[in-house]
Design a binder for this molecule. Sequence first.
Ligand code: HEM
Length: 318
Amino acid sequence: MKKSTATVAVQIEDLFIVKLSIVMPFLIPLLTKYVKIHSFLVDTIRTLMPCLISNVEDLPNVWIMKQVGNVVKERLRSGTKQLDLLQLMLDAATDDEVKDHDDNELMLKHLHYTEVLMNVFLFMVAGFDTTATMLAFCTYILATKAEVHKKLQAEIDEHWQDNRKELNYDVIANMPYMDMFLREILRMYSFLGRVTIRECNETTVICGHLIEKGTIIMPDVHSVHHNIDLWGPEDVNRFIPERHAVKRHPAALIAFGIGPRNCIGMRFALMALKMSLTYLLHTYNILPGEKIYQGMTLRETNVTEPEAINVRLEKRLK
Ligand code: HEM
């Protein structure tokens, strides 16, 4: 019988082995060894007998990793030095075995090339889906809530007028309604609720619950963002940007995580979103497209995202 060579699109976090490592983190070193050996065997078989395993290439994550590898290789081959994060990591990288050091200086010098690769990959995965999904929710709200659309556009127009198209960082960072609008999007649609994970380093009791040292904990971000005590008195299920004008608990909005290991790309993401929305709303009105409400069916991938946001762009008359 002929074997099918149909492509498969597998999400890494859907793999049984990944789920297992989340519930039993002590198995991670063992599972990592298993994955390495498995990948080595698959790679070898694919090289020797490509007809047997032709679909491995098509896993999206494998494909992206390869592209990342090529970028890093090309940078190393060309020998050119650029002023960016990749260069900083490559300057600190080595081919040596990675060892644990007490000495911070030595540790800095010991970033392995594979770690550089994984970091570039992480930045791509963490940065792209998240910002794109948030922009999708923004356009949904703008298309369906005329009042919000009007207020945001008015603020953008005012800044555009004053600054004669020189929309630099300082101008964009000084739009209070834009800030409240984006915060409300982050509150309403907790689209990245499963990544703020911590290990409890001291046995403690919280609200009567005993949490043992070593327990893995993950906040229920959606519930925090919809808690009436934190976000009332207005209905927490309604989109009201103005609620952010009131000072809230510092941990009431945790869309970018919390503490020293919160999202490293937060400022970059907010700036990219503000820039995109400013240019978009300066040039177009965003109107609801056909079946816009049906498209809001949410699905879980790396993020919680809508199936599709159908909007119409209408060129503004100036
Ligand atoms: C709206 C967009 C984004 C949201 C909502 C978001 C959210 C998050 C969250 C919740 C975490 C976990 C933080 C924690 O555990 O406390 C995180 C981590 C991270 N994010 Fe973002 N992120 C966004 C955009 C970006 C962008 C644009 C980049 C890179 C350019 C980025 C890079 C990262 C990285 C590298 C981490 C891991 C940080 C660490 O482990 O120290 N993110 N992000």
